[in-house]
Design a protein around this ligand. Structure first.
Ligand code: MG
Length: 434
């Protein structure tokens, strides 16, 4: 090739990324956080969603993050308005890691739920901004896709074994390969009906949890399911911490014949040291994490290989930055992720998890969560569920926006029962972990 032709070829090649970035930002002042706006909404239902919209010094460039916490929504909103927002305003929007670190220690005490909600919202919004600035979806910034879509597990429930079986089949027909099976919600199968059982006079008369009953009934449900629907479908079950530690050890062993994909939250966070005992007696795979707020909880479980899946919720544990570090730790120790996405969760948190899920080799599964049409209209870009998979779009950033006028039409209200759903009791009226 002639030198002249070579120069011509070079002239039409795209600029290297650093030069492109420099060209795009030449003459502009460094990107700073201009304003932190808290957006709350009930989204036409009983949702308790708290979002942050971080606007920057670049006109039109903003990011969205989730600080949702169904049990403390108003506290979180106030914390961001009064404490975190003013702290972040004026700081460089490009320095995600640095801002994460200084925010984490800003209040001196760390690893609390409300603090982590604020930290997560900041983090996710800054990744959204960085993606938009780069013109790439966030998963590209995290290393690109390691899979084509994000597999989900669905929630099948029912009042009896036949109804649970029907619902499992329904999800299998939709394409789900992973299905959680419960029978009457959390603790279901172990509930003594209201007024029944041997109860103290004038005491608690509601549905009462009984450990023995639960440990007898639930293995029978899974025996039924394996006989009827076969071994191909991957089943999970959520204990939701109802058991005593020894009960959890026994129950995990009793469930072994039904080859679960995982047994979720067999223990409350206060008793995680008992995972060692469960590991010694059974190969039932274990999942834990939706109640975690601190690395002091999940790091030992992962590094000692005491669980198989970590179930952290991104908006409770520090957002994308924390999730990718946790995923890297999982990768080193052969643990997988199963990020939490319960029904109170929101589309921004769901997409934040999605971008991490798509890019990590330690991905295991993500929890299913679907939204009514109104939410898809209010938050364009909300991820789509199809055939047991979650699909985002390839728009730069997270790929989601919010119609603020529409969100304002549905003010966030305290839903009835929001403060007492976690209260479970036994026949004598004593509390059981929720
Ligand atoms: Mg759970």
């Amino acid at each position: 090739m002639q030198r002249r032709d070579l120069l011509k070829t070079l002239a039409v090649l795209p600029l290297p990324a650093a030069a492109q970035y420099a060209a795009r930002t030449r003459g502009l002042p460094p990107l700073t956080i201009r304003d932190v706006k808290v957006i709350t909404t009930g989204a036409g239902s009983n949702y308790q969603w708290v979002f942050v919209k971080i606007t920057t010094s670049e006109p039109g460039l903003y990011g969205l993050g989730s600080a949702s916490n169904v049990n403390h929504a108003f506290s979180v909103a106030t914390a961001i308005e009064k404490h975190y927002g003013p702290f972040w305003t004026g700081k460089p929007a490009d320095r995600i890691e640095d801002l994460w670190q200084i925010t984490n220690v800003r209040g001196y005490w760390r690893n609390s739920a409300i603090h982590n909600n604020a930290l997560s919202a900041l983090d996710v919004a800054l990744w959204d901004i960085k993606g938009k600035r780069a013109g790439m979806p966030v998963y590209e910034l995290l290393g690109g896709k390691t899979r084509d879509a994000v597999a989900l597990y669905a929630h099948a429930d029912g009042r009896d074994m036949q109804q649970v079986e029907e619902n499992v089949r329904k999800y299998m027909e939709e394409g789900y390969r992973h299905i959680r099976a419960q029978m009457g919600g959390y603790g279901g199968g172990g509930m003594i009906p209201p007024g029944q059982g041997s109860r103290p006079a004038s005491g608690f008369s509601g549905p009462a949890f009984d450990e023995e009953l639960y440990m007898e009934v639930i293995p029978k449900l899974f025996e039924h399911l394996r006989v009827k629907v076969g071994t191909q479908v991957k089943l999970t079950h959520d204990v939701h911490e109802h058991l005593t530690p020894t009960g959890a050890v026994d129950f995990a062993k009793r469930m072994e014949p039904y080859r679960l994909f995982f047994l979720e939250d067999p223990l409350p966070p206060e008793q995680i040291a008992w995972f060692r005992q469960i590991r010694q007696v059974t190969t039932t795979p274990l999942a834990m994490g939706e109640l975690f707020t601190s690395p002091l909880e999940w790091v030992p479980l992962i590094s000692e290989r005491l669980i198989d899946f970590v179930r952290n919720r991104l908006s409770q544990t520090g957002g994308i930055t924390a999730a990718r570090k946790t995923a890297a730790l999982c990768e080193a120790f052969g643990v997988r992720t199963a990020f939490q996405e319960g029904g109170d969760n929101d589309p921004i948190n769901q997409l934040a998890s999605y971008h991490v899920d798509l890019s990590i080799p330690s991905f295991g599964i993500q929890e299913e969560n679907h939204f009514p049409p109104l939410v898809h209209e209010m938050m364009p870009g909300t991820a789509q569920l199809k055939g047991g998979y979650l699909y985002g779009n390839d728009a730069p950033g997270l790929g989601i926006d919010i119609n603020e006028a529409m969100a304002a039409k549905y003010p966030m209200k305290q839903p009835p029962g929001a403060d007492n759903w976690t209260t479970v009791r036994g026949v004598d009226g004593s509390m059981v972990k929720p």
